[in-house]
Design a binder for this molecule. Structure first.
Ligand code: ADP
Ligand code: MG
Length: 411
């Protein structure tokens, strides 16, 4: 009971929140009890707090492994605003800043230390000599070649268990089916970790799928009604993002393209412009969005079919993080399927990718509640229709052979 009260007051004083989101408290209590935990929570579910709060409750420093510099920076900036002692370390920083951060780590002046996985091998002995109290591995699905975001540097993370045998490890992700979860725990060498799987249902996201013909025209019509709202359009190719952004611009919309072929400076600037409501529309490849904490994204459109349901769900999950209604639209065309199959061909994981693509296609073609299909895909069993998707809204009219037969017979 007293732990509960302390946690609530830490939550209130440091983050300004009155209550925990589903699963947060249980996860935090287990970590404080020294257990390893895997947290599977949807994008926007509040995963960061699951290690940020224990970081403050425990003496010493929490090590956070984070895959993207932009993501580390956003989190650290937000923590500093709340007066929490946090810093990040990565290879893009000037040596002087790196030294400064490492000094603070050594002197025990950090509550949270964010690190890119690539930098771990160089810093391991320093970390062992620091007072690490908890290890959080964000976007943990990056460790699994079964997942869709594989990052080789993540496979080096299993060393953490050996070097810190007594320290609880928290693996966090928004996207992992059962096989991927097993793989993550196996690879991190924490097979006994308890799993907390929050509901993936994001009731406020309206789900719609449309055929891909006339998508540009459709989007232009759609945007006429959405002038001031923030939204993201995902395209398959870099060229595609630039072309569509140019078309939107030519039609009077403030839109910017974003993809991995741009300089880090340009990418950062565009991201900041979006987060701060200076640019309402981003036309991006999937390079955009991981870890972006923008609560008022009102719509997400997939101009092309995503490669798999994990990616799709993560991308639409960037809409409506404030809990208010958000609209999502997926354009589906057979040409996209052909293109995506081509990409998968000849890769080491071809069969696996094709299987995931097929599930994506089935979703797009389904004639029953979209949310049931999505949640079932992630292993959550629901049976009642959601009432907040295109199918629930306008159930398809099935071709009914018996009525036709009756008509013929009675004619
Ligand atoms: P995730 O990493 O799961 O996608 P984040 O950790 O970025 O999600 O959290 C999403 C948003 O929810 C953030 O703006 C965060 O401040 C907010 N949040 C987290 N926990 C709570 C809470 N208990 N009450 C209110 N807001 C919260
Ligand atoms: Mg996160």
């Amino acid at each position: 009971m007293s732990t509960n009260l302390n946690l609530i007051s830490l939550l209130k004083e440091n983050f300004g929140f009155d209550s925990f989101r589903p699963n947060q408290k249980q996860i935090i209590l287990e970590l404080l009890a020294g257990k390893d935990v895997m947290a599977i929570m949807p994008t926007g579910g509040g995963k960061s707090l699951c290690y940020q709060l224990p970081a403050l409750a425990l003496p010493g420093t929490t090590l956070v492994i984070s895959p993207l510099i932009a993501l580390m920076k956003d989190q650290v900036d937000a923590l500093l605003v709340n007066g929490i002692k946090a810093a990040y370390y990565n290879s893009s920083q000037p040596p002087q800043i790196q030294t400064e951060v490492l000094t603070r780590l050594r002197e025990g002046k950090l509550d949270l230390f964010y690190l890119a996985p690539e930098s771990l091998p160089f810093l391991l002995s320093r970390l062992v000599n620091s007072n690490i109290n908890l290890i959080a591995i964000d976007e943990a699905h990056c460790i699994s070649s079964w997942g869709h975001d594989f990052r080789p540097a993540y496979t080096k993370l299993r060393v953490l268990r050996n070097k810190f045998p007594e320290i609880p490890i928290l693996a966090l992700t928004a996207t992992a089916d059962r096989a991927t979860q097993d793989d993550i725990l196996e690879q991190l060498n924490i097979p006994e970790a308890s799993r907390h799987i929050a509901s993936f249902d994001r009731k406020n996201l309206y789900l719609e799928v449309k055929p891909g013909n006339n998508r540009q025209k459709h989007i232009l019509n759609f945007l006429k009604k959405k002038q001031q709202e923030s939204g993201i359009i995902y395209c398959l190719s870099r060229k595609g993002t630039e072309k569509l952004a140019a078309t939107l611009l030519a039609n009077g919309h403030t839109a910017k393209a974003y993809h991995a072929g741009m300089t880090p400076e340009d990418r950062n600037r565009i991201q900041e412009d979006f987060v701060n409501d200076r640019v309402p529309i981003i036309v991006a490849t999937i390079a955009f969005g991981m870890g972006i904490d923008k609560s008022n994204v009102r719509w997400v459109i997939h101009y092309n079919l995503p490669k798999n349901i994990e990616g799709y769900y993560q991308e639409i999950g960037r809409g409506g993080r404030d809990g208010l209604p958000a609209y999502t639209l997926l354009f589906y065309s057979y040409a996209d399927i052909i293109q995506l199959r081509k990409f998968a061909k000849g890769t080491a994981t071809e069969e696996f990718q094709l299987a995931k693509l097929e599930r994506m296609q089935q979703y797009a073609e389904a004639l029953s509640c979209r949310r049931i299909a999505l949640l079932n895909y992630f292993g959550e069993h629901v049976s009642s229709n959601c009432g907040n998707c295109d199918i629930c809204n306008a159930p398809p009219k099935y071709f009914d052979g018996t009525i036709l037969a009756q008509k013929i017979c009675s004619a």
